[in-house]
Design a protein around this ligand. Structure first.
Ligand code: NAP
Length: 254
């Protein structure tokens, strides 16, 4: 085992920040967190951070070798499928251990009216049959998919301002979680929302909208996650990731 375990965390999520915080300052461990660099003012993890794409799996493999990385934790968002695929291929090429840290998806409960769809495009297709006033929480980069729906009015919540291709009838709400159920209820009532659209992101930070939709009896169009890669170690919590790292590095070292 090396004296210092060099860990690369592919981040951009709350779990990635919590993992970096848990590992920060531990003797024998050096952590670099990687962000895509898409958000103008990102929530930064503690410790060392790098930003920007690697240039595909080859670029990532080269970066791992150049920086002497021993272990990669892919803690990106469940919908960041390209980054995950790239991490799997780079780990294959370099022979490095890879762990996927992916929070569990949301579960439907009694009183929910969820319509599972395989893609944003399928969500857009379904919307006209469900309602006119739509609360869209799928991120600014998803807005072009809904741009052709002139019969719908959209409230789109995102962290940064969307680009030019957006639905004609649109109000943008710049905001980032966590959100409360009371806040979501007030927002949906104020805007007379009839249907909610979300990805199955999972996690606590943005789950309040689902409770609010249930309370208001609104349908929720929910986009399924891309399938996880096969044959790769994966865990659902930061605690499990820490335990996995400890076993990968040897007891007492993480
Ligand atoms: P993606 O489609 O899977 O990734 C596209 C490209 O962006 C990747 O091929 C990679 O470029 C670069 N990239 C993505 N994550 C990176 C990271 N952590 N560090 C360095 N480069 C990264 O990802 P995405 O859906 O655009 O998400 C981008 C970032 O936002 C991710 O870090 C993710 O955790 C975070 N995020 C995404 C969502 C979402 O709904 N998708 C929501 C919240 C947060 P190269 O090929 O050049 O290496």
């Amino acid at each position: 085992m090396p004296d210092t375990l060099n860990v690369l965390i592919l981040g951009g999520t709350d779990e990635a920040r919590r993992l970096a915080a848990a590992l920060a300052g531990r003797a024998g461990t050096r952590v670099v967190s990687s962000l895509a660099g898409r958000v103008r003012d990102p929530k930064l993890p503690v410790g060392e951070v790098r930003e920007g794409g690697f240039g595909g799996p080859g670029g990532l493999a080269a970066w791992l070798a150049e920086h002497g990385v021993h272990v990669v934790v892919d803690a990106t968002h469940p919908f960041a499928a390209r980054m995950t695929a790239s991490a799997v291929e780079a780990a294959d090429r370099t022979g490095l251990p890879l762990l996927i840290l992916r929070r569990p998806g949301w579960r439907e409960a009694p009183g929910d009216d969820w319509r599972w769809v395989p893609s944003l495009e399928a969500a857009a297709e379904l919307l006209p049959s469900l309602g006119e006033r739509v609360f869209l929480t799928t991120g600014r980069r998803s807005l072009p998919v809904f741009a052709g729906l002139d019969g719908q009015w959209f409230l789109a919540r995102s962290v940064d301002m969307p680009g030019p291709l957006v639905p004609r009838r649109l109000e943008v709400l710049l905001s980032r979680g966590p959100f409360t159920v009371d806040g979501e209820l007030a927002l949906m009532r104020e805007h007379r929302v009839e249907v909610l659209v979300t990805k199955d992101s999972g996690g606590e930070m943005t789950t309040a909208k689902l409770f609010a939709a249930r309370e208001l009896g609104l349908p929720v169009v929910i986009v399924r996650r891309p399938p996880p890669p096969e044959g790769v170690a994966s865990v659902e919590s930061v605690e499990a990731a820490l335990a996995w790292l400890e076993s990968a590095a040897g007891p007492g070292s993480v």
